[in-house]
Design a protein around this ligand. Structure first.
Ligand code: FAD
Ligand code: NAP
Length: 472
């Protein structure tokens, strides 16, 4: 039956009294239309105009706070201020970013140990909105990354709303008001704040961890952690202990062996030392420095730079096949990596047995570590796999009773990675995130957690955490 409705959708919209109420398809409020008809038919008294706007479209301006102001937070700032223009469009009232450190940069501000570098090719460890034709090398050092980060923040004014020297110490969800209540410590005391949306951009590697070794406090030599490096510390002619063989220790070792009298690396489990991500682009070498001519070409031809970056990205993505259990790539990768490691150790059988893992590549973060294995072929470097029993005034005591006397102990012992904030973070019904995640940090797509409304996370557990920079 035809009620005289227009045959086209635009015609239907034009005659729909819901729209005629205010002239705005999103707003159905307004006086009852007269005559009260639709498509020439009288409308029932109970007629309820329908909004054409998606359900739950926010009508109030949202105030957003982040905890942290590293790469992740700056990505968000770019999206809010530029890509989606949410403040100018009246959707977000303010973006405030609380940063505990006195400056921006997160990882790349804090980690200044010798040899600190990124093992993801620099051209893809880059903000997608700010390609950098001037990267000096295929893999960039920490300081160069930090300077690029600062330059980018300044250029795009991403630091409006950043409050450095402000450490969030408490966050509590107010169910009645639908707001997050914050307590933030700065040099003058504690300030209170509130927001509609809370974003954790605290990084999963921002709380460094001292080893839980008995006696550590009684050590009389120089004690440091890779993430709080004392730049004044000189290791020339000294006996150094490096505890750990994660990515940090692996970068520190080749730097200190050159001038130290002796370096002893204490390890518990071996680590795969693999070819660098994307290194096939540089002929399998460990590093490549761009010439001025290449940088000029990248500057003058942004399309060429984009093509180059895409090429690195595609190649790097393919290498993930190696992390699929029992895949051909994994079986082949395991053998090839073990062979390469043995060769770098000068075919020393004993060292190869101690330093080559028996688990599959990918079960623990693989790292390229140029110069790490080679260091063990030097006379002034030793490897200790014996369990550490304790630290004493003069050095490290191992389970076999040996006291390894050293002038300095470098703890490259990593970070607190359980994703549980060490301060009260309280959601619905008084539940803390630490309690909710005491067994397993469960989340929705690594983005949000049940009982913590309007709370979002960067690099949440089970995401690919080391890559907060989205694909280009
Ligand atoms: C030595 C090192 C080398 C690395 N190398 C690589 C690499 O080669 N490739 C790679 O992909 N990734 C690497 N990573 C991982 C690196 O952390 C990420 O790539 C990225 O920098 C994380 O950025 P983010 O903004 O998420 O976190 P972060 O850079 O950690 O920033 C988080 C910020 O939150 C702040 N914060 C924390 N708690 C609070 C609080 N309560 N209140 C206020 N502020 C707070 C911190 O001070 C920090 O500035 C490396 C990490 C380290 C430590
Ligand atoms: N090149 C890079 O890109 C780069 C460089 C640095 C850091 N990172 C990132 O930062 C993350 C952390 O790296 P990290 O090297 O700082 O930490 P990590 O990978 O957690 O390594 C810590 C090391 O310390 C050892 N350790 C911890 N406590 C110990 C104890 N009580 N006694 C003896 N040994 C102890 C660990 O041994 P066990 O393994 O036996 O626990 C491990 O070898 C990496 O996974 C990576 O994501 C990347």
């Amino acid at each position: 039956m035809n009620f005289g409705a227009p045959s086209t959708s635009s015609g239907m919209l034009a005659e729909d009294p819901t729209i005629q109420l205010s002239g705005d398809p999103d707003q159905a409020n307004g006086p009852t239309p007269s005559p009260f008809t639709r498509y020439n038919q009288p409308l029932p008294k109970e007629w309820i105009p329908l909004y054409r706007r998606p359900m739950r479209t926010p009508t109030r301006k949202l105030r957003i706070c982040t905890i942290g102001a590293g790469i992740s937070a700056m990505n968000l700032a770019y999206k809010i201020h530029h890509e989606h223009d949410l403040i100018a469009r009246g959707i977000v009232s303010e973006l405030v970013m609380y940063e505990a450190n006195e400056d921006l940069g997160g990882t790349w501000l804090v980690n200044t140990y010798p040899g600190v570098a990124c093992d993801v090719p620099a051209h893809i460890y880059t903000f997608p909105f700010e390609p950098n034709p001037d990267w000096s090398a295929f893999y960039a050092g920490g300081d160069e990354i930090w300077r690029y980060f600062k330059r980018t923040v300044e250029k795009w004014e991403l630091d409006r709303g950043v409050r450095c020297g402000h450490k969030v110490e408490r966050a509590e969800w107010d169910e009645e008001r639908g707001k997050w209540m914050l307590e933030v410590r700065n040099k003058d005391g504690v300030v209170k704040d509130e927001c509609d949306i809370l974003v954790s951009a605290i990084g999963f590697l921002s709380q460094w961890r001292w080893p839980d070794i008995p006696g550590i406090d009684g050590y009389e030599g120089h004690l440091c952690h890779s993430a709080v490096w004392d730049k004044a510390f000189k290791w020339d002619g000294k006996r150094i202990a490096v505890i750990g063989n994660g990515s940090s220790a692996i970068q520190i070792m080749p730097q200190v062996v050159e001038k130290a009298e002796h370096v002893t690396n204490f390890i518990r489990r071996p680590t795969y030392i693999t070819p660098g991500l994307g290194s096939s682009m540089i002929g399998g070498e460990v590093q490549y420095h761009y010439s001025e001519e290449e940088k000029r070409k990248f500057r003058e031809d942004p399309e060429e730079l984009k093509r180059y970056r895409k090429q690195i990205q595609a190649g790097s993505n393919r290498s993930f096949d190696m992390f699929t259990k029992d895949s051909k790539a994994q079986v082949a990768g395991k053998k090839a990596t073990a062979d390469q490691m043995r060769a770098k150790l000068g075919d020393n059988e004993e060292l190869a047995n101690k330093l080559t893992p028996d688990y599959e590549v990918g079960c623990r973060r693989a790292t390229p570590g140029p110069g790490y294995l080679e260091a063990f072929t030097r006379d002034n470097v030793s490897l200790v796999t014996e369990r550490i029993e304790g630290i004493e005034a003069k050095g490290i005591r191992t389970g076999d009773g040996t006291l390894h006397e050293v002038d300095a102990i470098v703890c490259a012992t990593g970070f607190q990675v359980d994703h549980r904030p060490p301060w009260p973070f309280i959601g619905r019904d008084g539940l803390t995130l630490a309690e909710a995640w005491k067994d397993e940090p469960t989340s929705y797509l690594s983005l949000c957690a049940a009982h913590f409304p309007n709370f979002f996370m960067f690099s949440g557990r089970t995401s690919l955490p080391s890559l907060p920079l989205p694909p280009h």
